[in-house]
Ligand binder design. Structure first.
Ligand code: CAA
Length: 242
């Protein structure tokens, strides 16, 4: 059945691939990007169109409650919500500034509350919904230099667990996907020698791809996945096994 899927961070590396795979599965897809991406949006849209994907796009600062209130009517009915927007501001705690802490909390956690809060009642009223929150291996195991990011990503799975219980009886599932180190611009920001070290910790012997993550999301948002809720699906090449 064709569903309307919304993907936050939908213009990023992982988000774009999730959009593509959702569209390939026959869904109508709307990507949400940050207003700062306005300039690169036309090129993003064109490259998808060249590949035959007609994916809608909205720009919104999801960390802003009022902006999310204004966005909701433009989205209309949403059946699938993938919360994939996220940022890093890495620094050891001894050096971390309040701005670095707050920026990560706002982008990674406030955003999820702000948008999910707009859409959850509609999903419950219609008796169907799929929410997938994109967390991180570093929310599961912790990562030196990421007290802000690890806290936000661990918090995200707490959100999943609590909401999953609230809406389980309404046909709405809420799950987490926890990617490991995926070959994206976010990872490429990490210093070369640290990246080499991290690669050695991945038993599969490679960084993940956005397609590895999109595959897991597609599995969880399927109509037939209604008995899976409150799960945290690790997609990390074996880097962390719990
Ligand atoms: N564990 C414990 N201590 C560590 C450490 C580690 N993994 N790495 C560094 N340290 C210690 C060092 O031993 C050193 O200690 P001393 O000063 O006592 O000698 C100190 O930290 C200095 O290390 P750096 O030179 O690295 O410090 P820095 O301030 O220049 O850089 C940093 C800090 C930017 C956080 C850098 O360490 C870094 O980039 N780390 C990697 C963080 C990371 O993995 N980010 C993931 C980004 S991708 C992502 O987040 C996506 C996802 O979901 C997986």
């Amino acid at each position: 059945m064709t569903r309307h899927a919304v993907v936050t961070g939908g213009t990023g590396a992982i988000g774009t691939e999730i959009c593509r795979q959702l569209a390939q599965a026959g869904h109508r897809v709307t990507a949400i990007g940050h207003p700062a991406e306005a300039q690169r949006l036309p090129a993003w849209r064109e490259s998808l169109q060249r590949d035959g994907f007609g994916i809608g796009a909205e720009l919104c600062d999801l960390s802003d409650w009022d902006a999310c209130v204004a966005l909701a009517p433009r989205l209309g009915e949403v059946d699938i919500l993938v919360n994939a927007a996220g940022i890093t501001r890495d620094a050891r705690l001894v050096k971390m500034t309040p701005e670095q802490w707050r920026a990560v909390m706002a982008a990674n956690l406030d955003s999820v509350f702000n948008l999910t809060r707009q859409l959850i009642e509609g999903m419950c009223a219609r008796g169907h919904g799929r929410i997938v929150n994109i967390s991180s291996v570093n929310g599961q195991k912790g990562q030196a230099g990421q007290t802000n990011y690890s806290a936000s990503k661990a918090g995200l799975h707490g959100f999943t667990l609590a909401l999953a219980r609230e809406v389980a009886g309404k046909g709405v599932t809420v799950n987490t996907v926890s990617p490991g180190y995926i070959d994206t611009p976010m990872i490429r920001q990490v210093r070369e020698e640290i990246r080499v070290q991290i690669l050695k910790e991945i038993p599969v012997g490679r960084f993940g791809t956005p397609a590895d993550i999109a595959r897991a999301v597609l599995f969880l948002v399927d109509d037939a996945a209604g008995f899976i809720t409150g799960a945290d699906l690790s997609v990390n090449g074996g880097q962390y096994m719990a």
